[in-house]
Design a protein around this ligand. Structure first.
Ligand SMILES: Nc1ncnc2c1ncn2[C@@H]1O[C@H](COP(=O)(O)OP(=O)(O)OP(=O)(O)O)[C@@H](O)[C@H]1O
Length: 264
């Protein structure tokens, strides 16, 4: 495995070194993860259910809840150390340096505010003209301009995900972490979301860490894949190399994806 141990170089958007997460006193749930992501790089994080993908995303977004805790290692975004960072550091980092999109987009939107107000507020945070930013971000994620007048409850799951991607477009984060953003969506909506994600990352130059159990979805957005198994990183390779990996979890994922390919 071409595993990069990660002292932060000038070019890394994210550098993770020996990151461990556990309930203190118990065995680690994340065990000494190390990887780097370059600016603009799009990386998939895959592995079997329960291997630690979501915990990794949560740790990098400062969203672990006690008794879970980071028990060792470092994680830097754009040179800012996240492990042990104070709340005021997180307020500076969250959104502008790391933006997260999760499975349930509804929880990230304020229920009683129209989409226009929420996107405009985001634009003001970064000093953008709100009107222009809202129009242009909605257009980039292929949402009708009228969506700006809606409340979150009036949107489908796929539309809410696109609103969040529009928010990321306005904030221009250094890295976007998307944890299973298309789970529960139909396949056409899934492809639209993946297209919006890659377009957003291309326009802004953001790096993308795309968490999924679905290698086919990862293949749409990333060409490098991190594979986890039982809390450890077991492979770091181009997606096309997984079938011949020495890591059984990587080979099993490649075989499953191959078996699911349907000729239409
Ligand atoms: N709050 C928690 N307290 C204790 N253990 C937890 C907690 N959250 C997750 N875990 C454990 O950590 C491990 C990794 O969980 P995680 O949610 O990261 O898996 P995952 O790879 O995202 O799985 P899936 O693909 O099913 O979403 C699992 O064994 C899980 O039971």
């Amino acid at each position: 495995m071409a595993r990069q141990k990660g002292t932060l170089s000038m070019v890394d958007a994210l550098s993770v070194t020996d990151l461990s997460v556990a309930i203190p006193g118990a065995r680690p749930l994340l065990d000494q993860l190390s990887f780097n992501i370059a600016p603009g790089e799009r990386v998939g994080l895959v592995g079997p259910s329960g291997c630690g993908k979501s915990l990794t995303a949560a740790a990098l977004c400062g969203l672990l809840r006690p008794p879970l805790a980071i028990t060792g290692g470092m994680a830097q975004i754009d040179g800012v150390e996240l492990v042990g960072a104070a709340p005021q550091v997180w307020r500076r980092v969250r959104g502008r340096k790391v933006f997260q999109i999760f499975q349930s987009p509804g929880t990230a939107l304020t229920p009683a505010r129209r989409i226009r107000a929420q996107l405009a507020e985001t634009a003001r945070i970064v000093g953008e003209d709100p009107k222009q930013a809202v129009t242009s971000a909605l257009e980039t994620v292929a949402l009708d301009p009228h969506v700006a007048d809606f409340f979150p409850y009036q949107l489908s799951g796929g539309m809410k995900q696109r609103v969040l991607i529009a928010m990321a477009l306005i904030l221009r984060p250094r890295i976007l972490i998307a944890d299973e953003p298309t789970t529960g969506l139909d396949v056409l909506t899934e492809r639209e979301i993946l297209a919006a994600l890659t377009k957003m990352a291309d326009e802004v130059g953001s790096s993308l860490l795309f968490v999924s159990h679905d290698l086919r979805a990862v293949a749409e957005v990333a060409n490098r894949t991190l594979v986890m198994d039982h809390g450890r990183l077991v492979e770091d390779a181009p997606i096309s190399n997984l079938a011949t990996s020495i890591a059984p979890a990587a080979r099993q994922l490649a075989e499953a994806a191959h078996a699911l390919q349907i000729q239409c």
